[in-house]
Structures are given as structure tokens and as C-alpha cells.
Design a protein around this ligand. Structure first.
Ligand SMILES: C[S@@+](CC[C@H](N)C(=O)[O-])C[C@H]1O[C@@H](n2cnc3c(N)ncnc32)[C@H](O)[C@@H]1O
Length: 244
């Protein structure tokens, strides 16, 4: 069995329908979750002590699972403010809850981070959450992420990172919308189609859109080094940064 299909089998087995749905409507989100896990794995390979990982916006647990599978020497505190989403993660990840490798915090991400001590996390990871936030909230969140991370700790975010070239970005959005119509019309999921289009307007709004160079600068301004954007796939990319 190839490494890829093995990964797919594990994810489908643990997350069931949730994983199939996300893959159907947003295949690149599933791919980004996997890339976040790979970045965590890379960090864990060079840091063999017990690692404390904080996840922002854990949702139904797709990225949480990817992080948990990345290494055995890590524990995850997964924060989400939506009880229904988090409940699904608690059920799917029961095995890891029992092993005390994951705990769930039902709270706003900024409120939860503010309650955490300075220099207490090795990794703060996230997927598809920060792009939802208003600019001022994100700015405050980034400085909290910096404060909570240990020196040498890493911030990893697989998310929508808008292209600086607005024409190119618009062309990609048009492709994205066309694919929602293609897939969801064929599945007769018109309600979901409406939901995605409405949500996309919020993602792309002037007071929220997370443009690549602005996001990179925001991390540098907060004090991070090695700020990089990699693995761009259409409007999605993996951002990582280290606290010196
Ligand atoms: C698009 S989902 C991504 C879920 C998951 N990270 C994944 O990769 O599948 C965004 C998640 O962020 C959560 N969220 C949004 N705003 C939040 C906030 N202010 N604090 C905590 N969680 C938040 C939502 O409830 C949702 O579960």
C-alpha cells in the first residue's frame, strides 16, 4: 500500500464521513492539514523532548489527527469556540484522549491564549482558522502566539493566504467558485453551495482577507524569524515562523 493511501485509510477510518465531506468540498484543506502535520513532524524529529502543541481552531479534528500522527513525543491542546465541531473531534479522537495525548479547550482562541503562560508551547499550529479573523483580532493573536511560544518554538499555519497579485488571486477565486458549483451541483448539495459562497465573501472582505505579504510582515513585526511561506496551492499556503 502506498504511503498516500495508507494515510487516507487512517484518516477515513478515524474521521469517517467528516473527512470524506471536507475532501469533497475542499480537497485542498485536507491537503493543507496534512502539510501542517508534516511540518510538525519535521520539528519533532529535531526536538526529541516532550513537546507541547497548541492548536488554534481544531474543528472536527482533521488537522489535530495529522499533528497527533506526526510524532509520539507530543501532546496537543486543541482550542475551538464551536462546541458542535469540537464534539465531533472528541468522538473521533477518543483513543488519543484516553492516552492523554490531546485535550480540548472550548474557548475563543485569543481568550485561551491570553490565559496561557509565557514561553509555554513548543509549537502553535493551525489550519484554516486565522483567515476567518478580522485584521485587528489577528494582529493581537499573533503577538499572543509569540508570547506563548518558547524560544526556538514554531508557529505553523496552513491556511488561505491571498496572493499579492490581485488579478492572479481573482482568477484563482473564480476557479475555486467554479469547482464548488461543479462538485456540489453534481452532489445536489445546493444548501452547502450557498453556504460556501456566502462564507467566501467574508473570507475575501477587505477587513479580513489574509494577504501573503501582509501576513509575512505581521509575523516579522511581532519578532519572529525564519518567516516563510511554502507549499502554495492556489490561494492556500503553509506559513511557518520561529521565535528566536
Ligand atoms: C474552517 S474550520 C478549520 C478546522 C480545522 N482546523 C481543520 O483543518 O479542519 C475553522 C475552525 O475555527 C474555529 N474558530 C473560528 N473562530 C474561532 C475563534 N475565535 N476561536 C476559536 N476557534 C474559532 C471554528 O469553530 C472552526 O472549527
Amino acid at each position: 500500500m502506498s504511503e498516500n493511501s495508507e494515510y487516507e485509510n487512517v484518516f477515513s477510518g478515524v474521521l469517517g464521513e467528516n473527512y470524506q465531506t471536507i475532501k469533497l468540498i475542499c480537497p485542498l484543506a485536507a491537503k493543507m492539514s496534512r502539510l501542517v502535520g508534516e511540518a510538525v513532524k519535521e520539528y519533532a524529529q529535531t526536538h526529541q523532548q516532550a513537546l507541547n502543541v497548541v492548536e488554534l481552531g481544531g474543528g472536527t479534528g482533521i488537522t489535530t489527527l495529522s499533528i497527533l500522527l506526526a510524532a509520539d513525543n507530543l501532546k496537543v491542546s486543541s482550542i475551538d469556540n464551536a462546541a458542535t465541531m469540537q464534539q465531533q473531534a472528541k468522538v473521533s479522537l477518543k483513543k488519543w484522549v484516553e492516552q492523554q495525548r490531546v485535550d480540548f479547550i472550548e474557548a475563543d482562541a485569543l481568550v485561551a491564549l491570553k490565559s496561557m503562560p509565557d514561553n509555554s508551547a513548543d509549537i502553535i499550529a493551525s489550519a484554516y482558522t486565522l483567515h476567518n479573523f478580522l485584521h485587528e483580532y489577528r494582529e493581537e493573536l499573533v503577538s499572543e502566539i509569540y508570547r506563548v511560544l518558547k524560544s526556538g518554538g514554531k508557529f505553523i499555519n496552513g491556511d488561505r493566504h491571498g496572493l499579492d497579485d490581485i488579478s492572479e488571486h481573482t482568477a484563482m477565486l473564480q476557479q475555486e467558485i467554479a469547482s464548488y458549483f461543479k462538485v456540489l451541483k453534481a452532489e445536489n448539495k445546493i444548501d452547502l453551495l450557498e453556504h460556501w459562497i456566502v462564507h467566501l465573501f467574508a473570507d475575501e472582505s477587505e477587513n479580513r482577507v489574509m494577504r501573503e505579504s501582509i501576513a509575512l510582515n505581521q509575523l516579522k513585526q511581532a519578532g519572529f524569524s525564519n518567516v516563510t511561506l511554502s507549499q502554495r496551492i492556489e490561494v492556500n499556503a503553509l506559513m511557518s515562523a520561529t521565535k528566536p
